[in-house]
Design a protein. Structure first.
Ligand code: 5GP
Ligand code: ZN
Length: 146
């Protein structure tokens, strides 16, 4: 094997790494080796209070609750925000809303009502760039939101 092979191997490695860092390598099942807080919650590296889980989705309590029930529902595979969703996320989206139904029942807010919200980008106040749906309940809420 000459230096040509080595160069090909190195550049293939670099392309793989760039794609993984971008979070777009479907073969890896999402985002690997990067600094995403909710990927770390999913992997268990950052501890969380788990509320419910499926193969594709995790629900855990928000660290700074804004209502008596404040649960975050996230896809285990990294997605930056709702703006990045496509048909390839259909299964996860079905799971996310099924998990919201289960969590609402489990938390006892299904009959009183609750809000599901996801923030996209700066003006909406998104602070963690891994898709998450806030499920808020247990108190009356105003509309429009601030
Ligand atoms: P966003 O502002 O992006 O819509 O929502 C991010 C949410 O993540 C906030 O409600 C914030 O309290 C919550 N959060 C931030 N860091 C952590 C953490 O380490 N653990 C948990 N459970 N929630 C967090
Ligand atoms: Zn992530």
């Amino acid at each position: 094997m000459g230096t040509g092979w080595a160069a090909v191997a190195i550049s293939a490695g670099a392309a793989w790494m760039a794609e993984a860092l971008r979070g777009g390598d479907k073969q890896l099942g999402g985002y690997v080796g990067t600094d995403c807080l909710f990927c770390k919650v999913v992997s268990g590296e950052v501890p969380s209070e788990k509320v419910f889980e499926t193969e594709k989705v995790l629900a855990f309590r928000d660290i700074n609750p804004q209502a008596p029930t404040h649960v975050l529902v996230v896809p285990k595979r990294h997605v930056g925000s709702a703006a990045e969703l496509g048909t390839e996320h259909a299964d996860e989206l079905v799971d996310i809303f099924e998990v919201c139904n289960v969590v609402a029942r489990q938390e006892g807010v299904d009959s009183s009502g609750y809000r599901i919200v996801t923030n996209v980008g700066r003006n909406a106040g998104q602070s963690v760039f891994h898709l998450h749906f806030h499920l808020l309940g247990g108190r009356p809420m105003t509309w429009p939101p601030g």
